[in-house]
Design a protein around this ligand. Structure first.
Ligand code: ZN
Length: 279
């Protein structure tokens, strides 16, 4: 599933291609993946100009003039690409929109259909309010705010994955950040003292920023906006490296289930701590 670095990469790929350009015609749309304004995209998108593309949590927000927002959530398997119009559309391509003055089109493909497209047109559009509450953005979070978020009787891994508390961190970057901060994933969050919490926030930011520099992690479905792969997977220190030597200490990486997810740790770098019962 695309996490913050993958979505941020797509946003940065799309900006130079689309900002300042207008949509042409909607060549194809599968209507049950579209939410928001009840009017069809075939009437909402044509002639609207892209004025900005941004990321909010794991959503790609395309701001348009006249005022509208086209919001794409990639779900588990979604891809948002700009493809030469001559290239045959792959199966499960649910949206195709031409771009004026380009021989290319914007395509949204999502075989598993956990993702979707929202179009909010008209005066007061605001993606956050319309699509439900979100936690804090990790790259913008201060140590004081982060310490407050950890005052919970829950496992640290469960908190980092909870999008209502902190957004954009999924299984890959959670495990990578916990390893970088030498924290066992089952540690209860409120057992982490202030200095350790500060270190974890620094590591979350550095792991996310490094992943953005390498254009995200392609495991199966994720592709950049031009269809190419992200290369951060080669830099994973624990994620999906069961049995491989830890890049810090050399001990084999172990895998177990925590917070309902496959969890990868180095048993030496991330020693288990005395367990306090969690809520
Ligand atoms: Zn290690």
């Amino acid at each position: 599933m695309p996490e913050l670095p993958e979505v941020e990469t797509i946003v940065r790929d799309l900006r130079p291609l689309l900002v300042g350009r207008s949509f042409g015609s909607v060549l194809h749309v599968r209507s049950d993946i579209v939410h928001g304004d009840p009017r069809p995209l075939t009437s909402l998108l044509p002639k609207r100009r892209v004025i900005d593309i941004s990321r909010q949590a794991k959503r790609i927000v395309v701001s348009l003039k006249p005022t509208a927002e086209l919001i794409v959530h990639l779900g588990m398997s979604g891809r948002l690409t700009v493809v030469d119009s001559d290239v045959l559309a792959e199966p499960h391509t649910h949206l195709r929109v031409t771009v004026r003055g380009m021989q290319s089109e914007l395509r949204f493909r999502d075989p598993r259909r956990f993702g979707g497209v929202w179009c909010l047109a008209g005066g007061k559009t605001h993606v956050g309010r319309r699509l439900g509450p979100l936690g804090v953005e990790p790259l913008d979070t201060t140590p004081a705010v982060f310490r407050r978020l950890l005052r919970r009787r829950r496992q640290i891994k469960a908190i980092l994955l909870d999008q209502r508390i902190i957004v954009g961190i999924g299984n890959i970057y959670c495990d990578e950040a916990l390893h970088a901060a030498s924290i066992h994933p089952l540690t209860r969050a409120d057992d982490l003292d202030g200095r350790v919490a500060d270190r974890l926030l620094r590591k979350i930011k550095s792991v996310l920023n490094k992943a953005i520099r390498f254009n995200g992690s392609t495991l199966v479905d994720y592709r950049r906006a031009d269809g190419s792969e992200g290369s951060f997977r080669q830099h994973h220190r624990v994620y999906q490296r069961t049995g491989d030597p830890c890049r810090t200490c050399g001990l084999p990486i172990e895998c177990f289930v925590a917070a309902g997810r496959s969890t990868f740790i180095c048993p030496q770098c991330q020693p288990a701590v005395a367990q306090h019962p969690c809520d």
